[in-house]
Ligand binder design. Structure first.
Ligand code: SAM
Length: 226
């Protein structure tokens, strides 16, 4: 197989399995028009995220890396009106586009979009869970700067409960993850993987993906205890 085949298969399944999604398509179009990098999850992957949220019965989701809010939209829809997605975005321009997309899609009232480096917001979120003023997160989606994945895992462990799920995108990186001399993103994913493997509280697997996003993958982590 080759990338053209992967794309054709992705589009075929998307065509058969996904509902028409005018708000999602409008968000992707707005992201492109605003010059955002095309780093959103694919439509099939967005549905996967929403389904994981439903399967864990999530009420509260943390996303690290909003971009234009395409994944955020699918997470918010999966939670329903009583749910809450806290989403962290470094880049103010990305955050502005996301806010407009999520408002147009009618879900902004269930979203808490915080702008700035995730590292600046994670301590506040952890303090709120620690002192009981906010419940832990049922699902955390890590999809920002990959060199920081180890830091995001450390903070995530202060934000979850037994049974929570952590998903990390882009852990395969076109296969480069196996290269010990890989770039900073590869090093981030490799350290993150080592931390997950060494933590007896966590159970994890990786789903490699090919499709419109090339060759990549998700790490799916279940928190057994905290
Ligand atoms: N989750 C989005 C989706 O699927 O639609 C895609 C997110 S994109 C892969 C990564 C985003 O993380 C970018 O918008 C980038 O600006 C943001 N980012 C990078 N470094 C960050 C940081 N330190 N804190 C928060 N966000 C960061």
């Amino acid at each position: 197989t080759d990338p053209d085949r992967w794309q054709a298969v992705d589009l075929w399944f998307a065509d058969h399995l996904l509902p028409v999604d005018p708000a999602g398509e409008a968000a992707l179009a707005a992201n492109a028009a605003a010059g955002l990098p095309p780093h959103d999850v694919s439509p099939l992957q967005a549905r996967f995220l929403g389904m994981v949220a439903k399967m864990v019965g999530a009420r509260r989701v943390l996303e690290i890396g909003t971009l234009g809010g395409y994944s955020t939209l699918h997470l918010a829809r999966a939670l329903g009106p009583a749910g809450r997605v806290v989403t962290l975005e470094f880049n103010p321009h990305h955050a502005d586009v996301a806010r407009a997309n999520l408002t147009a899609a009618g879900v902004m009232d269930r979203i808490d979009l915080r702008v700035g480096p995730a590292h600046d917001h994670l301590p506040d979120l952890a303090a709120a869970v620690e002192d009981g003023s906010e419940p832990p997160f049922d699902l955390i989606f890590i999809d920002a700067d990959k060199p920081s994945n180890p830091v995001y895992l450390d903070w995530s462990m202060m934000l979850v409960r037994p049974g929570s799920v952590i998903l990390a995108d882009n852990v395969v990186r076109d296969g480069r993850v196996t290269d010990p001399d890989g770039d900073a993103s590869v090093q981030g994913v490799r350290s993150f993987t080592g931390m997950v493997a060494a933590d007896p509280r966590l159970e994890a697997t990786v789903l490699q993906t090919v499709g419109v996003k090339g060759h990549d993958g998700f790490m799916l982590i279940r928190v057994a205890s905290v």
